[in-house]
Design a protein around this ligand. Structure first.
Ligand code: IMP
Length: 459
């Protein structure tokens, strides 16, 4: 049993993604940085994640691969071994951060040389698969799954193949993907793939164009690339360093625990930290491992049909009020009632210790919040199982919870001053899911969050 490490907290999506983790991480980093050296560590996913940061002057930047925390001076942000990295998109993200911060990035960016590359070749392949079979249909198109597949097939390109630049290996990779795409009836060089920079796209290009472009990017990324084993080990031993772990995606998107095939390829649970750090950091030693949830509803993108999907009028209202459109893909998100059997399952398999509830201001007067507390199948209580056919056969049972004034809670500055109905709702979720709520957010602004841990009146 690992000893609990002080000043170490971790956040994952506790439902189907887009729960607002980035903002939570950013706020926690801001508070740690006043007193500690801080490391923000991301262990999974790649350019499929999305989190928009808004500046006081109204400028907005979408972070996809960079961990939140990159805007804080003195912080180290780590892109870990379990990530798949698209160099060109990462460089444009770095450039945008530089522009927003007057040329100098406040945090130190470290990219683990063992992280896997996700390139235009993978995006082209994913595009071909979209027309070919079901498995590619629901992806973000960012080449995530093919990059992870390379690892399982034992031919991945890693960041260390860029620095120093291994032309021979990269050419071999290109030829393999040329053959894959040709086998599916396409031509790699002329395939158009999406880029995250202002939603542009580009041709993959012929062999020399592709390799030369990558070499140029490799030179620019080189200063950030490191072997990180010693760095991680020594800082994990140093008990004065604060750690914030930022997972990408969500447990309901994990290919073992989510609703197949709308699932991603990386480990979305806290276990991914163990493998990404090569066993240096035991996730069970992280004191708080919080599942971030939207407090009053759930959202979902893709083809999955959630048992608790909402009727359209309320769903449309929530979508507009909470801006429920994909940060990466701009797709409108499906909206569903909270589904306790699924959320309880996700927090158990995800090994979560706490909950964070975002969007607590998304409530409507005289419209109770419907929460599914149980599934039945043939008249008997049934559990959540990660299987669409099964989930389409169960009947959700709801309870209705009294709501509160969204404007009133948006201006509350102390948890003890929350309306009674909000407190009752939070206690209800704690009992139903079986985990304490650490933090809630009551509006989109930075200061609209309340720590419940510190509030005795809540307990
Ligand atoms: P991939 O991660 O691009 O392979 O996409 C696989 C599935 O995960 C698709 O259904 C995506 O819509 C979903 N997905 C991936 N990342 C996110 C996210 O950050 N939020 C919500 N859904 C996501």
């Amino acid at each position: 049993m690992s000893t609990i490490r002080p000043h170490a907290v971790a956040y994952c999506g506790g439902a189907y993604g887009d729960e607002g983790k980035g903002r939570i991480v950013d706020e926690v980093v801001a508070s740690f940085v006043r007193t500690h050296k801080v490391i923000v560590y991301r262990d999974n996913g790649g350019a499929n994640a999305g989190h928009t940061v808004e500046f006081k002057n109204g400028n907005r930047i979408a972070l996809h691969q960079l961990p939140s925390g990159v805007f804080h001076e003195g912080v180290h942000v780590v892109l870990g071994k379990g990530m798949v990295i698209h160099p060109q998109d990462l460089l444009s993200e770095i450039e945008q951060v530089e522009q927003a911060t007057g040329g100098i990035i406040p945090a130190t960016i470290l990219i683990d040389e063992q992280a896997v590359l996700s390139l235009d070749t993978h995006r082209a392949m994913e595009g071909m698969l979209k027309n070919w079979e079901e498995g590619g249909k629901g992806s973000t198109g960012r080449g995530i799954a093919p990059a992870y597949v390379d690892v399982l097939y034992r031919h991945p390109l890693r960041v260390k193949d860029l620095v120093p630049f291994n032309r021979e290996k990269i050419e071999k990779h290109y030829r393999l993907y040329e053959a894959f795409v040709k086998g599916l009836g396409g031509e790699l060089a002329s395939t158009i793939v999406p880029l995250l920079t202002k939603n542009t796209q580009q041709e993959v290009g012929g062999l020399s164009i592709f390799v030369d472009r990558l070499e140029e990017q490799a030179q620019k990324l080189a200063p950030f690339v490191k072997g990180l084993n010693h760095f991680l080990d020594s800082h994990w031993q140093d008990l004065t360093t604060a750690w914030v772990f930022e997972k990408a995606q969500a447990i309901g998107l994990d290919n073992r625990w989510g609703v197949y095939p709308d699932v991603t390829a990386s480990d979305c649970t806290f276990d991914g930290i163990y493998s990404a750090t090569e066993g240096v950091i035991d996730p069970m030693a992280i004191g708080m491992r919080a599942a971030v949830l939207k407090g009053t509803y759930m959202s979902s993108v893709g083809t999955r049909q959630l048992p608790t999907v909402m009727e359209s009028e309320l769903a449309d209202k929530i979508r507009e009020d909470a801006h429920e459109y994909g940060a990466t893909t701009r797709r409108p998100r499906g909206i569903a009632h909270l589904d306790i059997p699924a959320l309880r399952f996700f927090s158990r398999v995800g090994r979560c210790t706490h909950l964070v509830l975002t969007h607590m201001d998304i409530v409507y007067p005289s419209m109770p919040i419907s929460v599914c507390v149980n599934y039945t199948l043939n008249g008997k209580t049934a559990p959540y199982r990660p299987d669409q056919q099964y989930l389409s056969s169960i009947q959700p049972e709801y309870v209705k919870m009294e709501t509160w004034d969204s404007e009133e809670i948006a201006s509350v500055t102390k948890a003890s001053k929350l309306p009674q109905t909000t407190k009752a709702f939070i206690s209800f979720l704690e009992t139903q899911i079986g985990l304490p709520v650490d933090l809630i957010t009551t509006g989109p602004k930075r200061d609209q969050s309340l720590s419940l841990r510190k509030s005795k009146a809540m307990r």
